[in-house]
Ligand binder design. Structure first.
Ligand SMILES: Cc1cc2nc3c(=O)[nH]c(=O)nc-3n(C[C@H](O)[C@H](O)[C@H](O)COP(=O)(O)OP(=O)(O)OC[C@H]3O[C@@H](n4cnc5c(N)ncnc54)[C@H](O)[C@@H]3O)c2cc1C
Length: 457
């Protein structure tokens, strides 16, 4: 069998199926595996690109069970201080949010005492959803996919500032008025459990999964771009690479974005155009501008994720032409931090592109400076990237950071099944239903369950 793409989802599927005795080859177009898990090194210093941290690794957390299954739990995870792992800054107001459902709820009640009952209901929902991800029935999950997250917050909380605070850490997803309640509760709930970084970043996950795949007889080929999916008798029969090589396989799993996957089907494919049109018309989420920053040794980098928002920013209707919000991730051990901010994908490189990057960087630093005074002065080295970087390096349409955009009112159209109309072709990855390390892993488990006909964990 072949797996198209060595992102987290592709590697996890390869790991599971190689373990079931299948002959697995992972084909990756880039020179390096890992997709959004990749970091890069400049002057001997390592930086993250996509993945920065996870939630839900504590006792009872859904991600913990998943990481145990994939042999990733004993990687050097490092928990951010539970007393204040995340902070939301809105103008002059700072809200330090501790980890743990009780402590998080108590902190919110302390900030907004008149909304205590609503806070308890909200925290109860986050707990219920995020602790039971593996056990929740499809029916219960879909009920929350059919509700809007913003609508829920408006019905639950009277104070608009409280709505902003509980939404304020959500740059880990794209907030729109159409966002379903399930991913909002799943992601926020898992980070309320605690926030963990990984020494060595996402590359450590990639390396460990690749070891596991190799140990089970699987193979990774980099620089192997798939340009076509070959069919025979209405079934997948293999893939064609950009140099014309054909790799035969009766089972093909694609971890490439779904729109890319359907574009790989030939003109004479047995897959009806209605499916192809549906998949290729689904919109992606916004992309991210990233500034990787080395600061002067003496500059105190707080060991927490900080989310800084302009007081007037509408968190649920992001203006991609300006910078209303940034998230700041520290690195283990201090001395470095990354600033990420939503952004549209510039069309092309060149002088104008450099100007766009400089402007975005300056806006990001201005906003981050509100929470970290002196940051601009202390920044010694800065590397920047935009959604165009993602588009070019990973083939992510528009550089979408968080998979496909979800709309609770048309949810049956925007959630994709791992099964496709072509027998032997399956999908996986963050583009199907849920993104992030947790969401992508859940989907990999679903993809393999669909193939094996049994649940994997
Ligand atoms: C800026 C940013 C920040 C993020 N921060 C976090 C975070 O802190 N925590 C978290 O949990 N998640 C985070 N995420 C999300 C998380 O990293 C992703 O959801 C997850 O890693 C996606 O995995 P995937 O399996 O969908 O594959 P991807 O990472 O999208 O990889 C797909 C792979 O397929 C390859 N490919 C595509 N087309 C072809 C082809 N034709 N032939 C061969 N190979 C092909 C690509 O080169 C790529 O390597 C972040 C994402 C971004 C972009």
């Amino acid at each position: 069998m072949v797996v198209i793409g060595s992102g987290l989802g592709g590697l996890e599927c390869a790991f599971i199926l190689a373990g079931r005795g299948m002959d697995v080859t992972v084909l990756e177009r880039s020179a390096r595996p890992g997709g959004c898990l990749q970091g890069f090194t400049r002057g001997g210093i390592r930086f993250d690109t996509g993945f920065h941290c996870v939630g839900g690794l504590g006792k009872g957390g859904a991600l913990r069970k998943v990481m145990e299954y994939f042999g990733l739990i004993d990687l050097p995870w490092r928990r951010l201080d539970p007393e204040g792992a995340e902070e939301v800054v809105i103008g002059r107001d700072c809200f330090v949010l501790p980890s743990g459902f009780e402590a998080y709820g108590d902190a919110l009640c302390g900030f907004f005492p008149s909304e205590s009952d609503a806070v308890h209901r909200f925290v109860g929902l986050l707990e219920e959803v995020s602790l039971n991800i593996l056990e929740t029935s499809d029916g219960d999950r879909m009920a929350l996919f059919r509700r809007g997250a913003l609508q829920y917050l408006e019905e639950t909380f009277r104070d608009p500032l409280l709505r902003k605070v509980v939404s304020g850490t959500s740059l880990k997803m794209e907030l729109t008025p159409q966002l379903p309640l399930y991913p909002f509760a799943e992601i926020n709930g898992s980070y309320v459990q605690g926030v963990w970084q990984l020494e060595g970043g996402g590359d450590a996950i990639t390396a460990r999964l690749l070891d596991g795949i190799a140990g089970r007889g699987g193979v990774l080929r980099t620089g192997a771009e798939v340009v076509g999916i070959i069919e025979s008798g209405g079934c997948a029969a293999g893939v064609e690479l950009s140099d014309g090589e054909v790799v035969p396989a009766d089972l093909v799993i694609s971890d490439a974005p779904p729109a890319v996957t359907v574009s790989l089907l030939g003109k004479d494919s047995s897959v009806r155009s209605v499916y192809r049109r549906r998949v290729s018309s689904l919109a992606g989420t916004y992309g991210m501008f990233t500034a990787n920053i080395v600061v002067d040794g003496g500059f105190p980098v707080p060991e927490r994720n900080i989310y800084v928002h302009c007081p007037g920013a509408d968190l649920w209707r992001t203006d991609l032409g300006s910078t209303g919000s940034v998230m700041v991730h520290p690195y283990p051990g201090g001395g470095r931090l990354d600033i990420l901010s939503p952004m549209y994908a510039p069309e092309e490189r060149g002088e104008a592109y450099e100007g766009i990057k400089r402007k975005k960087l300056s806006e990001c630093l201005d906003l981050a400076e509100q929470a970290l005074p002196g940051l601009k002065e202390a920044a010694k080295l800065i590397y920047t990237s935009t959604p165009l970087t993602w588009q070019e390096s990973l083939g992510l349409p528009g550089g979408a950071a968080y998979g496909l955009r979800k709309d609770f009112s048309t949810i049956d159209t925007c959630l994709l099944s791992p099964r496709t109309p072509l027998r032997g072709l399956f999908l996986t990855g963050s583009g199907l239903a849920l993104h992030g390390v947790l969401g992508t892993s859940m989907t990999a488990l679903r993809t393999c369950s669909a193939i094996l006909g049994e649940s994997v964990i």
